[in-house]
Design a protein. Structure first.
Length: 510
């Protein structure tokens, strides 16, 4: 029996902190600051006791699975101390550390004496207590305004510190983010591995073309059934090992995605589609990761590439085999919006889309990878449910069939919601004749979009009109109606004609 005093820490409001600014540099800095927040503790002997610093250093250097060593599971941190006093002192020290080094970050904590040899049973009580504390309203860690200073346009708080590298005043909550961003550039191995490329810190430099309406895609991806997977583990050692394995696999999957992006650029796949910025003899990639925490991933890219990149990343993620023998599956939410729209609003929508994909997956009892998407042309306000109830309803039913699932070897498929089948339909609408003219004219696509909101009789007349002209809605069959049950796939197809440019008759996207 090994009884220890356990400190469980869970950061609250991570998304609100990371996306508090519409500046990508601030978002990246905030994410990097959170990633390194424990690793930087040994540098602060003025705040932390020797006991606390030794504990952190032991965890960072340990790889032997010792049951008295905690683990880092994305937003969660588990640590063990010999005495209750040491555990309480660490929480006090960590609170001061956050207030001074990362104002704006909030966290919940819970201390419990547990038997590490009975981790499976004890961890349930530990996380239950943590959840209770997390549900309580956190204290404000930033003074909003002094009343006599100007307002920081990046945070809304008082401008009270001067940052020389930016040559301007910002709030005390923004300064650590800018410092962290600078450190992230210095420590990143990317530039050494790919000297001809760089990762941009500007949302406008993701490949958008001048003179066009420009969009970005905010992609949020989350692992499926991870709570069940971890709760099935029998020991703390297994929990630590799986947590570390998933964390590394996420990084490896993202690196594979970057490799594919560079291959695409060198293979001229984006020619005519993107305007890749080239400065200082380096090409800016059309993608930038923001959050890489455990199985929780968020990246931003040029709008037309959101679904394509999500598909690739989720395929790489599914190469990992879990302890139960199943492959790791994920769900994604892809919010495609104008570059100038509020970034945090787009992220919130991406989260809701991801949750909607998970709900569809549970409803159909699927084990695969699902995604949902939304394209904001005019900056709709409200929740995803409100948007779809207000703008995506017609006399015949829902003007969408999304979410869809990606067909990946090892997972079952559902033909009705199979994205590969949808891409074949997209490719059908893009086909051209020998003279380079669209077989299915753009004016008929416009009419199709309009008739979806009209009566069933109007829809049947439209199909008869198409048949009379020798036009088919699908390449492999003649449609008798535009709706399947109470929903239609045709608005999804029409929207993706622009936002999924790599559709083909085979495996769309690769």
């Amino acid at each position: 029996m090994a009884r220890k005093f356990c400190v469980a820490i869970d950061f609250t409001g991570i998304q609100a902190y990371v996306f508090a600014s519409n500046k990508l540099k601030d978002n990246l800095g905030a994410s990097y600051l959170l990633e390194k927040i424990f690793k930087n503790i040994p540098k602060h002997s003025d705040i932390f006791s020797e006991t606390s610093i030794n504990r952190i250093e032991k965890e960072e250097s340990s790889s032997n699975g010792d049951d008295v060593i905690g683990y880092d599971g994305g937003g969660n941190k588990i640590m063990f101390f010999d005495t209750e006093e040491d555990a309480k002192n660490f929480v006090k020290e960590f609170s001061l550390y956050i207030l001074t080094e990362a104002p704006g970050v909030t966290f919940a904590s819970f201390i419990k004496e547990i038997d590490t040899d009975k981790w499976k049973e004890e961890s349930k009580l530990l996380f239950k207590g943590l959840a209770v504390n997390k549900s309580k309203h956190p204290s404000n860690t930033v003074i909003p305004r002094h009343g006599i200073t100007a307002e920081c346009n990046q945070s809304g708080f008082s401008m009270d510190v001067f940052v020389e590298s930016e040559n301007k005043y910002v709030s005390s909550s923004v300064r650590p983010k800018l410092t962290a961003y600078k450190n992230s550039i210095t420590e990143s191995p990317f530039s050494k591995k790919y000297p001809d490329y760089e990762l941009t810190n500007e949302l406008d430099n993701l490949g958008q073309r001048k003179g066009h309406e420009n969009f970005i895609a905010i992609v949020h991806i989350d692992g499926n059934d991870m709570g069940l997977t971890f709760s099935a583990l029998n020991s703390l050692k297994e929990t630590r090992e799986l947590s570390a394995k998933i964390k590394q696999h996420v990084k490896d999957s993202y690196n594979k995605l970057l490799e594919q992006v560079i291959k695409d650029i060198e293979g001229k796949k984006y020619d005519g589609l993107l305007n890749l910025i080239r400065e200082n003899n380096k090409t800016s990639l059309p993608i930038r990761s923001i959050i890489m925490g455990g199985d929780d991933i968020t990246f931003v890219c040029e709008g037309k590439l959101g679904i394509y990149y999500a598909k690739l990343f989720m395929e790489f993620m599914s190469e990992l085999e879990l302890p139960d023998g199943n492959k790791l599956s994920t769900c994604a939410g892809i919010a495609i919006q104008n570059t100038k729209f509020p970034f945090y609003r787009g992220y919130e929508l991406a989260e809701q889309l991801c949750s909607n994909a998970k709900a569809k997956r549970r409803q159909l009892k699927s084990k695969g990878n699902w995604f949902d998407f939304h394209i904001s042309y005019g900056g709709f306000s409200g929740s995803l449910k409100e948007i779809r109830n207000l703008h995506y309803k017609s006399q015949s039913g829902d003007l969408y069939m999304r979410p869809y699932h990606f067909s990946i070897p090892g997972f079952e498929t559902n033909s009705e919601f199979d994205f590969d089948n949808l891409t074949k339909a997209i490719a059908h609408f893009k086909k051209k004749d020998s003279n380079g003219k669209l077989i299915f004219p753009n004016n008929k696509i416009k009419e199709l979009r309009e008739v979806l909101s009209q009566s069933e009789a109007s829809q049947k007349d439209f199909i008869k009109h198409l048949n009379a002209r020798g036009l088919k809605l699908c390449a492999d069959k003649t449609e008798s109606g535009l709706f399947t049950g109470n929903s239609t796939k045709y608005l999804d197809i029409i929207e993706l004609l622009e936002f999924y440019p790599f559709a083909s008759d085979n495996k769309g996207g690769n």
